[in-house]
Design a protein around this ligand. Structure first.
Ligand SMILES: *Cc1c(COP(=O)(O)O)cnc(C)c1O
Length: 216
């Protein structure tokens, strides 16, 4: 299957659910194939890698899905339409001030560490409500959704994490007002997106399912 065929097949299968075509390590020719086949959102993990590729990518929505270091925030705000991987108040504050400097309102998702794994980035399940309260004060940041990466387990074992994430999503949506406008739930990757959708994902992030196995 080609990138084009994979993209078309997945888009058809997803229906209303949004696709993020995950393009880390993928060259711009193959990224363009996916966009030509109908992908409208691409997801990159690293600011610098995307910076080197972005001039050769046709118009589309650009999402950052990897951990963001404070010293890369300025460039990330210049490059990305949505930063899905906001995982601390500190990085949210830095995004706010960099966005203000260039007169931008930066759309973000908040990353939830749904398995509360010590080695993983994201707000803990007991921290996310307070994080949203704190971010209400940051006027150049608009919270449009939540994102999670469950523990690395089989799709069926991931199901309870997706289900819990959906419950948190529904609860956090009740905070929607002003700059808090939570609408998207970004969860599910190539191996487990079907389960994620069954549990309420509105957006999935698929890399190898479109481009094949990555060679790092
Ligand atoms: C790489 C990556 C994906 C896509 O992973 P695949 O298994 O290749 O679909 C999704 N989300 C994040 C945050 C990633 O880093």
């Amino acid at each position: 299957m080609t990138v084009e065929e994979n993209t078309k097949a997945i888009l058809e299968e997803l229906g209303e659910v949004k696709l993020v075509s995950v393009t880390k390590t993928i060259d711009t020719d193959r990224i363009n194939e996916s966009i030509k086949a109908g992908a409208t959102i691409i997801g990159e993990n690293r600011v610098q890698e995307f910076d080197e590729k972005c001039d050769c990518i046709p118009p589309c929505e650009k999402h950052l899905i990897g951990h963001l270091q404070t010293n890369k925030v300025k460039r990330a705000v210049e490059l990305f339409d949505v930063i899905q991987s906001v995982d601390s108040l500190k990085v949210a504050e830095e995004i706010d001030s960099r966005a203000e400097e260039i007169g931008k309102v930066q759309k973000v998702f908040l990353q939830v560490n749904i398995g509360n794994e010590p080695q993983k980035y994201g707000f803990g399940t007991d921290e996310i409500a307070q994080a949203i309260k704190d971010i209400q004060a940051l006027k150049n940041v608009h919270v449009k959704g939540l994102m999670c990466i469950p523990p690395f387990v089989s799709p069926e074992e991931a199901r309870p994490y997706f289900r819990n994430m959906k419950a948190i999503f529904d609860e956090m949506k009740q905070a929607n007002q002003g700059n808090i406008d939570i609408k998207e739930l970004s969860m599910g990757m190539s191996g487990d997106y079907k389960v994620a959708i069954e549990e309420g994902a509105t957006m999935v992030r698929i890399g190898s399912g479109i481009f094949g196995k990555r060679d790092y």
